[in-house]
Design a binder for this molecule. Structure first.
Ligand code: BDR
Ligand code: CA
Length: 316
């Protein structure tokens, strides 16, 4: 089985990613870190605990830092709903969080599975950056790191050039990309360029609801209904860009997308572009590539795969 640490800001698409991973028999969760982003840490943690309960997951779930490294927290209730789960009402849970910090859970999970742990970052990079302060060897302890973040040759979804996960904590993203630069296996970075090729439509939503009336499926569908409303209000029509589950699935099924080596850095100064991820396609910086950036995505195949995995787990 694959030991995996999930760091997320649940969040509608994070919740789908978590459910997908919990439905894959080969995944052995080493921990879940609740990172502030789409909503506050309090809500992210509450969502992760409630979802873990519904999914029957017995895994340490840590509360991450309450704020980014160097700027105030911004949250996106307009995108993800007042608690991060759109219109879904998750049942109350008596589960409690792991006493460790999010950063410490990263470090402990990596030390417990040296060379084997797969790290998956689906929210801001705050807790991973803090973990690097505790254990600078973390990049060499992990087997692989997969990150949803950035917009390389693509408009942003936060400010004109910034993607949400990087925009919430640009310093953390910059530190993580720098720290992993010299690892034998480059992190996979899935920017909006790739993830926005996944477009859920009403047909996708209908197919999801048709799986069963299991409470997890109903919660995801009700969460997605909010996501559709947000995208429609934002001018995209009745659909939703669903980022995080693609990155989770690609970590397990590499055929779903292609990647290419690239040197990427984060702009920390620009008055208009702070938080932009800049890719050096022509090698002007003379730096070694520090990520494998996700490029082509087989979006239809991914959606079919996601639905098949959920059907296998929750189908009537
Ligand atoms: C990312 O931002 C969040 O709103 C989503 O959960 C995803 O991780 C996309 O920019
Ligand atoms: Ca997310």
């Amino acid at each position: 089985r694959i030991p995996l640490l999930l760091d997320c800001d649940t969040g509608i698409d994070d919740a789908i990613a978590l459910t997908y991973l919990a439905s894959r028999p080969e995944v052995e969760f080493a921990g879940i870190v609740s990172t502030a982003g789409n909503v506050t840490t309090e809500h992210v943690l509450g969502n992760n605990l409630a979802l873990a309960d519904m999914l029957g997951l017995d895994v340490p779930i840590a509360r991450g830092a309450d704020a980014p490294l160097a700027q105030e927290l911004m949250t996106a209730e307009d995108t993800h709903g007042p608690t991060g789960m759109g219109h879904a009402q998750l049942p109350a849970t008596t589960r409690t969080s792991d006493p460790r910090s999010g950063a410490q859970l990263w470090v402990d999970a990596a030390r417990a599975h040296p060379g084997e742990l797969v790290g998956l970052v689906l929210g801001p990079h705050t807790n991973l950056a803090l973990a690097l302060e505790i254990e600078p060897e973390l990049p060499r302890l992990l087997s692989r790191l997969h990150i949803m973040g950035g917009a390389i040759n693509h408009r942003g979804n936060t400010l004109p050039t910034t993607e949400w996960n990087v925009a919430v904590d640009p310093e953390a993203a910059q530190r993580v990309l720098a720290a992993f630069a010299s690892t034998p296996r480059r992190p996979v970075l899935a920017p909006l360029d790739a993830t926005e090729s996944v477009r859920f439509t009403q047909e996708t939503l209908d197919a999801l609801r048709a799986i069963s009336d299991h409470p997890v499926i109903t919660a995801l569908a009700e969460a997605l209904r909010w996501y559709f409303e947000f995208h429609e209000a934002d001018g995209f029509g009745w659909m939703a860009h669903v980022h995080d589950p693609l990155v989770a699935a690609h970590a397990l099924v590499p055929e779903l997308a292609q990647t290419t080596p690239l040197a990427v850095d984060v702009e920390l100064e620009g008055t208009l572009t702070r938080g932009q991820t800049v890719g050096d396609w022509l090698g002007r910086w003379n730096r070694e590539p520090n990520v494998d950036v996700m490029t082509e995505v087989d979006a239809d195949c991914f959606v079919a795969h996601l639905l098949a995995v959920l059907r296998a787990r929750f189908g009537a």
